[in-house]
Design a protein. Structure first.
Length: 160
């Protein structure tokens, strides 16, 4: 398994950086774009609905790639409500993010409480995203992010 993690400031302009990070580490494939869309929705929710979006707030984007699936997780600084799929009115401009996640992910969930929360989604695919070495998509990432880590995790952190 390959694991990547990056901390972002809890500002809307950081969402584009989170999408670029996701695509850079997973490569240019359909699965990477789906994971990037889900990461964007989860990070956007963290900014909009939790303390991560307050001045000085932050969120952490974590990506784990297995042979036939990816896990994307956004750790935020907690908020007053638990994330859930809504049924917005047709004229509502917001409120569809977790519906999109629910449609694209094999499964998703929420861990934590109002003090700190993780929202995660598992995306399955037929062909694993290719991880390119320099000068591929990761060439512009800092050295510590270019290196893949092979980890034998012993916690239940990613078992869903």
């Amino acid at each position: 398994m390959d694991i990547w993690s990056k901390e972002f400031a809890g500002r809307p302009e950081c969402l584009a950086e989170a999408r670029r990070f996701t695509c850079a580490v997973l490569g240019d494939c359909d699965a990477a774009h789906t994971v990037a869309l889900i990461a964007d929705e989860l990070a956007g929710n963290a900014i909009k609905h939790t303390a991560s979006g307050r001045p000085g707030g932050e969120f952490v984007l974590r990506l784990v790639r297995f042979a036939n699936r990816c896990l994307v997780r956004v750790d935020d600084q907690g908020g007053p409500s638990t994330p859930s799929v809504r049924a917005p009115a047709d004229e509502d401009e917001f409120g569809r993010g977790l519906s999109i996640v629910d449609m694209l992910a094999a499964r998703w969930g929420v861990d934590g409480d109002e003090n700190a929360r993780s929202v995660w989604a598992e995306i399955t695919f037929e062909e694993a995203p290719a991880i390119s070495g320099p000068p591929g998509p990761t060439a512009d990432l800092p050295q510590q992010l270019r290196a893949k880590r092979k980890v034998g995790m012993t916690t239940d952190d990613w078992k869903r």
